[in-house]
Design a protein around this ligand. Structure first.
Ligand code: ADP
Ligand code: MG
Length: 244
C-alpha cells in the first residue's frame, strides 16, 4: 500500500487539470439556495452558499446533522436541482445542462461514494466496479493504472469475492474504486466512514488522502466528524445551510 511508484506525473496531469481551464476552480458555487416544500412548510436547506474548490484539492464540508450537507452533495452531483444560485463543475454550468448532459456528468465527471456502500450483493467486487465501466462505455478490462489504484486501495486480491465475503472497510474501498474507475474530475464522498468502525475509518480516510496526494484526485468529502475532516487539506464549515 505504500509503493511510491504508483502515481505517475502523467496521471496527476490528466486528473487534476481536466476541464479546469487554468486556474479556474473545478467547483464554483455562488448564492446556492435550496428550499424544500413540505406540505405548507418551506424548509430552507441551503441559504446562499458560496464555495470554490480548486483541482487537486481535498476539501471537507463539516457540519452537524440537518445543516444541509447532503443537499449540497446532491446538487453538486446533478441529482437535485437548486432553487437558486449557480454551480459550475469543470467549466460546465449545471443549470444550463440538459438531462442527458447531467447524466453524462454523473457518469464521467463526478464519482460518488455514499455512507452505505451500495454494492450489488450478487456481483463480485470486480463486477460491481465494472458495471460502472459498462455505463461509462469504456473497455471492460481494468487498465494497468487502475490495477495500481486497486493495489493502493488494498483490494486488488479481493476482486473475485462477493460483498458478503468482504469487511465493511473492504466494501467501502470497493465503492471508492467504483467511484474513480472512470477518472472522474471530482470524487464526492458523503459521510464515507459513517458505517465504519474506527480502524476501518482510519484506513479509508488514509486511502482518500493517498488518492488525493498521489493521483491528484480532487475530493469533496462531507462529514460531521472533525477527526475525519482532519484528513482533508482544508475544511469548510456549514451551519443551518450557510457556510460559516
Ligand atoms: P445533512 O446532510 O447535513 O444532515 P440535509 O441536507 O440532509 O442535511 O438536510 C438539510 C435540511 O433539509 C434538514 O432540515 C432536512 O430535514 C431537510 N431536507 C433534506 N432533504 C429533504 C427532502 N427531500 N424533503 C424535505 N426536506 C428535506
Ligand atoms: Mg446527510
Amino acid at each position: 500500500m505504500s509503493d511510491p511508484q504508483i502515481a505517475g506525473a502523467q496521471t496527476v496531469d490528466t486528473i487534476a487539470n481536466r476541464g479546469s481551464g487554468g486556474n479556474a476552480p473545478i467547483i464554483r458555487v455562488r448564492g446556492l439556495t435550496k428550499v424544500y416544500h413540505v406540505g405548507e412548510v418551506d424548509v430552507h436547506a441551503l441559504r446562499g452558499v458560496d464555495l470554490d474548490v480548486m483541482a487537486g484539492e481535498f476539501v471537507a464540508i463539516v457540519g452537524a446533522s440537518g445543516s444541509g450537507k447532503s443537499t449540497l452533495f446532491h446538487i453538486l452531483g446533478g441529482l437535485t436541482p437548486p432553487t437558486a444560485g449557480t454551480v459550475t463543475i469543470a467549466g460546465k454550468d449545471l443549470a444550463h445542462m440538459s438531462n442527458s448532459q447531467r447524466t453524462e456528468l454523473r457518469k464521467g465527471t463526478v464519482g460518488f461514494v455514499f455512507q452505505k456502500y451500495n454494492l450489488l450483493p450478487t456481483l463480485t467486487a470486480e463486477d460491481n466496479i465494472k458495471i460502472v465501466e459498462y455505463i461509462g462505455g469504456r473497455s471492460t478490462e481494468f487498465t494497468p493504472e487502475f490495477v495500481e489504484v486497486l493495489k493502493l486501495l488494498g483490494i486488488a486480491d479481493r476482486m473475485k469475492h462477493k460483498p458478503s465475503k468482504l469487511s465493511g472497510g473492504q466494501q467501502q474501498r470497493v465503492a471508492i474504486a467504483r467511484a474513480v474507475v472512470n477518472h472522474p474530475a471530482i470524487l464526492l464522498a458523503d459521510e464515507p466512514t459513517g458505517n465504519l468502525d474506527s480502524q476501518n475509518s482510519t484506513a479509508v480516510l488514509g486511502l482518500l488522502k493517498d488518492l488525493n496526494r498521489r493521483l491528484g484526485q480532487t475530493i469533496l468529502m462531507i462529514t460531521h466528524d472533525p477527526e475525519a475532516a482532519s484528513y482533508a487539506g482544508r475544511s469548510v464549515h456549514i451551519r443551518d445551510g450557510t457556510i460559516v
